[in-house]
Design a protein around this ligand. Structure first.
Ligand code: C5P
Length: 255
């Protein structure tokens, strides 16, 4: 069992590896499919983003997700009617999670939530969890100023996360730095998905704010998005197992 203060998601995955979504950031379908096959059972699911989706389309997504949990990270942002249509289309890929920009506003998010519910019912598919993108971590205070948005960054992130929750979304992507604040603000059932994860001793690469897998879960993350520390290793399976082991050890056994 976990330490009492380790956050447990509403429907807590029973094994450490289920907290890990591996980011398949490549346009190359053969490479992505090979990684997904190698990692089956050693991670909780795969994340497909704009790079792989744009190169390989829905068939590419089906080829890599094959039975695994899918985080379809396409960050929808458009008028409500268009986003609702995109969500309906995405439900046929049976994603476990699906991302959209909170800055699309309340009506867009409400339309997305309704579309997800209806499409899942019609297709007798599971309803995907809708996950908000608040503020891209590539933006800083100066960018907010240029965009005419109210800062500071931490406040704008909280504002958008609260709006997402109030608009019927299920969670948000957040940087390690924001986990505790969003957990406190949005409550225990709000799904927090966290990239910028680096196991002990791993190179940060271009990530500016990193945390270890165990630290992020301890702070209140539900799911970790991990790319290069797994996919960039000579033996991705061994790397994924080591991360799951690190999580398991830190939480005193099975997470
Ligand atoms: O290779 P790495 O572990 O840095 O990959 C992290 C993944 O999470 C990538 O797919 C990246 O696009 C995504 N991501 C991120 N930072 C954000 C949002 C998403 O790194 N703020």
């Amino acid at each position: 069992m976990s330490e009492p203060n380790a956050h447990q998601p509403a429907r807590a995955p029973s094994h450490a590896q289920e907290r890990i979504f591996v980011a398949l950031d490549t346009p190359d379908l053969a490479h992505a499919a090979k990684l997904a096959r190698a990692l089956r059972g050693a991670v909780g699911g795969v994340k497909v983003g704009k790079e792989l989706f744009t190169a390989q389309g829905p068939d590419g997504v089906r080829a890599v997700s094959g039975g695994e949990r899918l985080f379809l990270d396409l960050k929808f942002h458009d008028i409500p009617n268009t986003v609702a249509g995109a969500v309906r289309a995405a439900v046929h890929l049976r994603p476990f999670m699906l991302s959209l920009h909170a800055s699309g506003g309340r009506a867009m998010m409400q339309a997305a939530a309704e579309a997800a519910r209806e499409a899942a019912e019609d297709a007798e598919a599971p309803r995907p969890r809708l996950i908000a993108i608040t503020l891209l971590t590539s933006l800083d205070e100066a960018d907010l100023e240029t965009l005419g948005q109210r800062g500071p960054v931490s406040e704008q992130v909280k504002r958008l996360a609260a709006l997402a929750r109030d608009s019927g979304l299920d969670g948000a992507v957040c940087s390690p730095r924001e986990i505790e604040a969003l957990r406190a603000l949005c409550g225990p059932d709000f799904t927090l998905v966290v990239p910028g994860i680096r196991p002990a001793g791993a190179a940060p690469g271009d990530q500016k704010r990193v945390m270890s897998p165990a630290e992020a879960l301890q702070a209140g993350a539900d799911y970790l998005v991990i790319g290069r520390p797994i996919t960039g290793q000579a033996d991705p399976l061994a790397a994924a197992r080591q991360i799951a082991e690190e999580i398991s050890q830190a939480s005193g056994g099975v997470s």
